[in-house]
Design a protein around this ligand. Structure first.
Ligand code: NAD
Length: 432
C-alpha cells in the first residue's frame, strides 16, 4: 500500500493496483461503497439511465478516469478526478501540482455566477428610442423575471441587470440585442437562463414594437471568470541537464510565443484545456460550453491569444496565472444524474460551483505548466512516448503483460506506430 500521508499527496499511488487505489480514495475522500463502485467503473451510469438522458440511446461510451494528486487550492488539499483518453495529462498535472505545493499550491478566485442571456430584436425602425424604452422598463422587467425560478430566488440568485446593445452593422442591417444578466448560483445555468429570456421576449416585443428572434444563453460567460495563480520557486525548476534559470526563462519565452501568435496560442490553450476538460467531464458538466467560452474569451481583444501568463517575481521564481470563463455547476444538468459525476464532486469535497470553478482553473494552469516545461526543455515526445506506446500496443492487439513489453520495445526502437507494433507481435507469436 502507499505510504500513509494526509491530503492529496499519495506517494507511490501510480504503483498501486486499481483496487488498492480505490481503497486509498475510499479512506481519504469519505466516499460510500456506491461512490467507489461508480468511480471504478463497476457500477456508474447504466444504459437505462442513459436512455432518459439523450435520444436514440444504444449504449454507453467509457473514458479512463484518473486522479490527479498533490493539488492544494486556496489552502485546501484536493484529489482531482480527470476523465480523459490522452496519456500524460494526469501525470503532468500531478507533477506540476507537486512543484506548486512548495509555494503553497494554487490560489484561485471566481466572479459571482452571473450568466448572460441574449434576445435578438428585429424589425425596429428607431433603435436608440427602442433601446431607451427597454432601459426605462428595466426595473419592471427584472422584477417580472425574478418570480420565474422560486428555487433560485430563495437561494439569492435571479436577474441582476439588463443591458441593451445596438448592433450597427450586420448582413441584415442594424438590430438590437438585450442582455439579461442572471445569477444562477450553483448551476451552470443554461436552462435557467434560456427559460428567463424566452419569458422576457414577448414583453420586449411589446415595449419596442419589434420582433424577438433568438432567445438564448451566451457561452461567452465573461462575467463569470475564474482565475488561478501559482508560484514555482526557482529551486523546483532545475532537472537533468537544465538549470532552474534556463527552465524558467524557457517557459517564459514559450509563453511569449503564445501571447503573440494565434497559431501557437491555439495549441497553448489546447494544453490548458487538457487540464480543464477532464475535470469538467468527470463532474458531468458541459465541456462544449466551457470550450466555446474559453476560445471566445481568448479572442476578446480581436486577436486570439494565450489564456495564461507566465513571468517571474522579484526573487526570480516562476509565476503563472490563468483567467477564463468557467460556467460549471454542482447542481443541474448531468451533475447529479451521472453517478460518476456525483462521486467526483464528493471526492473533491466541493460545496459550491465557485469552488469547483477554482479547482478547474488551477488544474488548467498546472497542465499548461506541464506542457510548457516539457516543450521548453526536452520536447513533448520524450515523456509522452512511453505512455503513447501503451495505447499503440493495445491498438495493435496486445493484451495483459504483453502491453507493457510491447510498449517498451517500441520506445527502444523509437518507432511508436501501430504497423510496427503489429509486426513485433507477429514475430513474437511465431517464436512461441
Ligand atoms: P438545470 O435546469 O438542470 O438546473 C438548474 C435549476 O436547478 C435552477 O434553475 C434551480 O431551479 C435549481 N436549483 C436547485 N438548487 C440550486 C442551486 N443551489 N443553485 C442553482 N440552481 C439550483 O440546469 P442548468 O444549469 O440551468 O442548465 C445546464 C444544462 O443546460 C446543461 O446540461 C447544458 O448542457 C444545457 N444547455 C446548454 C446550452 C449552452 O451552453 N448554450 C444550451 C442549452 C442547454
Amino acid at each position: 500500500m502507499a505510504e500513509k500521508t494526509s491530503g492529496s499527496r499519495i506517494p507511490g499511488f501510480y504503483n498501486l493496483t486499481l483496487n488498492q487505489r480505490l481503497s486509498e480514495l475510499a479512506q481519504r475522500g469519505e466516499l460510500s461503497t456506491e461512490d467507489v463502485a461508480a468511480l471504478s467503473g463497476r457500477s456508474g451510469l447504466t444504459a437505462e439511465q442513459a436512455d432518459h438522458m439523450i435520444e436514440n440511446v444504444v449504449g454507453l461510451h467509457a473514458l479512463p478516469l484518473g486522479i490527479a494528486l498533490n493539488f492544494i487550492v486556496n489552502g485546501r488539499e484536493v484529489l482531482v478526478p480527470m476523465a480523459i483518453e490522452e496519456p500524460s495529462v494526469v501525470a503532468g498535472a500531478s507533477f506540476m501540482a507537486k512543484l506548486a505545493r512548495a509555494g503553497g499550491g494554487f490560489t484561485a478566485q471566481s466572479d459571482p455566477p452571473e450568466m448572460i442571456g441574449q434576445v435578438q430584436l428585429l424589425c425596429i425602425s428607431n433603435l436608440p428610442a427602442a433601446q431607451q424604452a427597454i432601459l426605462d422598463h428595466k426595473a419592471q422587467l427584472l422584477a417580472d423575471v425574478s418570480e420565474l425560478d422560486p428555487v433560485l430566488k430563495r437561494l439569492g440568485g435571479g436577474p441582476r441587470d439588463l443591458e441593451v446593445r445596438v448592433i450597427e452593422e450586420s448582413p441584415i442591417g442594424p438590430f438590437l440585442v438585450v442582455h439579461l444578466i442572471y445569477d444562477v448560483r450553483d448551476a451552470m445555468g443554461a436552462n435557467a437562463v434560456n427559460t428567463a429570456v424566452e419569458h422576457l421576449a414577448p414583453r420586449l416585443e411589446s415595449i419596442t414594437s419589434g420582433k424577438a428572434h433568438l432567445r438564448i444563453l451566451s457561452n461567452l460567460a465573461d462575467r463569470r471568470l475564474a482565475r488561478a495563480q501559482c508560484t514555482i520557486s526557482l529551486g523546483q525548476l532545475a532537472f537533468g541537464e537544465y538549470s532552474a534559470e534556463d527552465v524558467r526563462d524557457g517557459i517564459i519565452s514559450a509563453w511569449a510565443f503564445a501571447a503573440t501568435d494565434p497559431y501557437r496560442a491555439a495549441t497553448h490553450n489546447k494544453g490548458i484545456m487538457n487540464g480543464v476538460d477532464p475535470v469538467v467531464i468527470a463532474t458531468g458538466n458541459d465541456w462544449r460550453a466551457i470550450e466555446a467560452g474559453a476560445h471566445a474569451y481568448a479572442a476578446r481583444s480581436g486577436r486570439y491569444t494565450s489564456l495564461s501568463t507566465w513571468g517571474q517575481d522579484g526573487q526570480g521564481n516562476l509565476v503563472g496565472s490563468l483567467e477564463m470563463p468557467m460556467a460549471v455547476g454542482i447542481i443541474g444538468g448531468a451533475t447529479q444524474v451521472h453517478p460518476v459525476a456525483r462521486a467526483s464532486l464528493k471526492l473533491m469535497g466541493v460545496n459550491s460551483a465557485a469552488q469547483l470553478a477554482e479547482i478547474i482553473v488551477s488544474v488548467g494552469l498546472a497542465q499548461n505548466l506541464a506542457a510548457l516545461r516539457a516543450l521548453a526543455t526536452e520536447g513533448i515526445q520524450r515523456g509522452h512516448m512511453t505512455l503513447h506506446a501503451r495505447q499503440v500496443a493495445i491498438a495493435a492487439g496486445a493484451q495483459g503483460e504483453l502491453i507493457e513489453r510491447l510498449a517498451a520495445q517500441l520506445v527502444v526502437e523509437k518507432i511508436v506506430r501501430v504497423d510496427r507494433a503489429k509486426e513485433i507481435l507477429d514475430e513474437w507469436n511465431k517464436q512461441k
